[in-house]
Ligand binder design. Structure first.
Ligand SMILES: Cc1ncc(COP(=O)(O)O)c(C=O)c1O
Ligand SMILES: N[C@H](C=O)CCC(=O)O
Length: 425
């Protein structure tokens, strides 16, 4: 009831009652639950219902909620100052951690969100190549800047408006779209737009149309194509960065991008983004070079300490292998239960990111496969899981995230909830 009342109040003062579309439960035919607190693997709503959380604030909470070293560092920093708008040792420390961990990154600039990171990386790619067009993939989401809200994933796809009104036609025409895992579709664009494409940007492991694995040939083909046509390759690791390995997706791949964007985990739950890459390219960024990009709160000390402590904790031996194991037990366990009940689905999992697609297809490797899913059935599954104490992302086209705080008990409770939810499908 309290959530319902809050939603009614919210609708009257916030568009759609939420501050980011994915938080509304419209596509799963429910009203959102309003959250009061979170700790470890659990999130509690305003009515004191506790849920095992697989949203993790859409990715940042890789350690779970309220991780002691992050909270302690935040409290200490708060007393010393919340924001200075001036350089600090903290931002140097976080930048060095990023450069040490991610081999393709020699210089990195902190911003306030993933949206800013991708928008800025594209500006740098355009400044470097002196070209205007970019290539993105249908169903990949790179935040809500104008040129990237074209055939986008996440909430844009969930609500059926992948290309947003309000993006000027003149602007959108510089965004070319290709199909994920389909190199031919990219080749065609390069042939048709020779000498005009500044960069290809992709989520190397898309999570915003649900989780999809890239093929090795696709990624190495993109590297080869961009190099031969004088374009840059941009990995948007806002979601996968520091989640899939200490070096993000790049730690699992031998394909290196020219530029990388980060967000989510790098801020440990505070608003942070970053973009970085080779020195030769990043030296173009102002004041080292002429490509302008700025931010009143960029490198904010609270955000920096949360990021530093989060990255430190993920550096513990076996952190990522344990996280991967727990995630496999959960995701595979859910898939086995659905299989036993004869519910058609495909499970895609990479490390601590997974999606169960309710589709009749045998695999999900691209946008067409992902959107073949039965979203009504997903909605029913979502609502039943919630009733049984499991908080999943409220869309078929998102990733579930597992954290280091998910315990064996959570795994058992999640699978029990899945058994009950499956019976209702
Ligand atoms: C891959 C990817 N890129 C960019 C963004 C934009 O980040 P933000 O929501 O912090 O602006 C997101 C998430 O929203 C994302 O998942
Ligand atoms: N899928 C989005 C980012 O990863 C979810 C976050 C949001 O848009 O609120």
């Amino acid at each position: 009831m309290k959530s319902k009342k809050l939603f009614e109040r919210a609708i009257n003062c916030i568009p759609g009652g939420v501050n980011s579309p994915v938080r509304a439960f419209a596509s799963v035919e429910a009203d959102p639950v309003f959250i009061d607190s979170a700790y470890g693997s659990k999130i509690k709503d305003v009515e004191e219902n506790e849920y095992i959380d697989y949203v993790g604030s859409w990715g940042p909470m890789i350690l779970g909620h309220g991780y002691p070293s992050v909270v302690d560092a935040l409290l200490r920093q708060m007393v010393k100052g919340i924001s200075y708008g001036a350089p600090t040792e903290l931002e140097v420390e976080l930048a060095q951690m990023v450069c040490e961990r991610v081999p393709s990154v020699e210089l990195v600039r902190m911003v306030n969100s993933g949206t800013e990171a991708t928008m800025s990386a594209i500006r740098v790619a355009r400044g470097y190549t002196k070209r205007d067009k970019i290539v993105k993939f249908e169903g990949c989401y790179h935040g809500h800047s104008d040129g990237l809200l074209v055939k986008a994933g996440s909430g844009a796809l969930t609500y059926g408006v992948p290309t947003s009104p309000g993006v000027p036609e003149d602007y959108a025409k510089n965004t070319l779209t290709a199909q994920f895992n389909d190199l031919e579709s990219v080749k065609e664009l390069f042939v048709q737009n020779e000498g005009e494409i500044a960069c290809v940007i992709l989520e190397p492991v898309p999570g915003n149309m649900g989780v999809i694995e890239p093929t090795k040939e696709f990624l190495s083909g993109l590297r080869h194509l961009t190099q031969s046509y004088g374009s840059l390759l941009v990995f948007d690791e806002v979601m996968s960065g520091f989640r899939l390995s200490p070096a993000g997706f790049q730690g699992l791949s031998d394909v290196m991008p020219d530029l990388t964007t980060f967000g989510k985990v790098i801020g440990g739950g505070l608003p942070v983004g970053a973009y970085g890459g080779k020195q030769e390219i990043m030296s173009l960024v102002s004041p080292a070079g002429p490509v302008y990009q700025a931010g009143t709160l960029s490198g904010n000390p609270l955000a920096m300490v949360a990021g530093i402590e989060t990255l430190k904790a993920t550096a513990a031996p076996d952190f990522y292998s344990k996280l991967g194991q727990t995630s496999s037990i959960i995701a595979q366990g859910m898939s086995d239960i659905l299989k036993e009940a004869g519910v058609a689905h495909v499970l895609n999992q990479l490390g601590s990111m997974f999606t169960i697609f309710f589709t009749e297809r045998s695999q999900v490797t691209n946008f067409a496969d992902a959107t073949s899913s039965d979203t009504k059935r997903f909605g029913a599954y979502f609502r039943n899981m919630l009733q049984n104490g499991v908080y999943l992302p409220a869309s078929q086209f998102e990733a579930c995230f597992v954290s280091g705080a998910h315990s064996e008990k959570d795994v058992d409770a999640t699978l029990e909830a899945c058994r009950k939810a499956t019976k209702t499908l």
